[in-house]
Design a protein around this ligand. Sequence first.
Ligand code: NAP
Length: 266
Amino acid sequence: MTEFTILVTGGTGTLGRLVVARLRDAGANVRVLSRNPGEASDGLEFVRGDLATGAGVEDAVRGISTIIHCAGSQKGDDDKARALVRAVRQEGIRHLVHISVVGADKIPVSRGVDRAMFGYFDFKRKAEEIVRESGVPYSILRATQFHDLNLTAVRALAKLPVIPSPGGFRFQPISADEVAERLVELAFGRPSGLVPDIGGPRIYAMTELIRGYLARTGKRRPIVQMRMPGRAAAAFRAGANLTPEHAVGTQSWEDFLTERVEGVRV
Ligand SMILES: NC(=O)c1ccc[n+]([C@@H]2O[C@H](COP(=O)([O-])OP(=O)(O)OC[C@H]3O[C@@H](n4cnc5c(N)ncnc54)[C@H](OP(=O)(O)O)[C@@H]3O)[C@@H](O)[C@H]2O)c1
């Protein structure tokens, strides 16, 4: 592969897969870092590695000048960023594009319920900090929740006879592919620091997202709203996970459901 190969961490995930497809469409060679490498093809290679342990990460970054860091999970994204940055320092990387989440800087996560339910935001905040302080030229994009994530959540909730919903929680879901498009645009540009957030076209109450899914699938379920304790939940109720001034996504929740969930005839 050429020296212009772009490394995509998490290139096997919901977002990363779409990033890889867009890079390939744009004619870029792509290397994917994954714990479970897939099949290589023309212009696409895999390196086995684990950002939680650091194994394989040096091999993955070798000869690379641009990285799109999409690897992530509920816990430990700070450690993953640290492992990546540690390997990258020796390589003269010109651009590290990092995906974060809207609210990473605004959702206070203390102990107890906060940490158990919202620890993710704290990991994302620390990961941003590690990238910012790495000395590697970077762009950081914060996105709102992807439609796919909301679908996974409401599907699981709809299996219950009564659906619990955190009262006052709202979401601004976005198409992961629209986020992928923006990440690729950033990767082809100059390092830009923290760039404007990206959010979906509309803000929905959690109950609206659930009702939209129930309507699409023809299910009927009572929804019970519960008040969640803690400062992080209060920040959610205040809209810290939303970015109404950056509602740039175009695919609505309804359009996504139509595309992805088989509907019932009414
Ligand atoms: N989902 C959302 O609503 C949302 C919103 C805003 C921001 N984000 C951020 O976007 C990124 C991607 O999210 P996603 O929903 O696409 O996640 P996903 O579908 O769960 O995919 C996660 C990816 O991370 C990789 N990964 C996880 N742990 C790893 C490790 N220890 N070492 C190497 N790779 C590891 C996985 O690769 P392998 O399993 O192949 O190793 C997989 O490709 C995350 O950073 C997430 O925080 C997500």
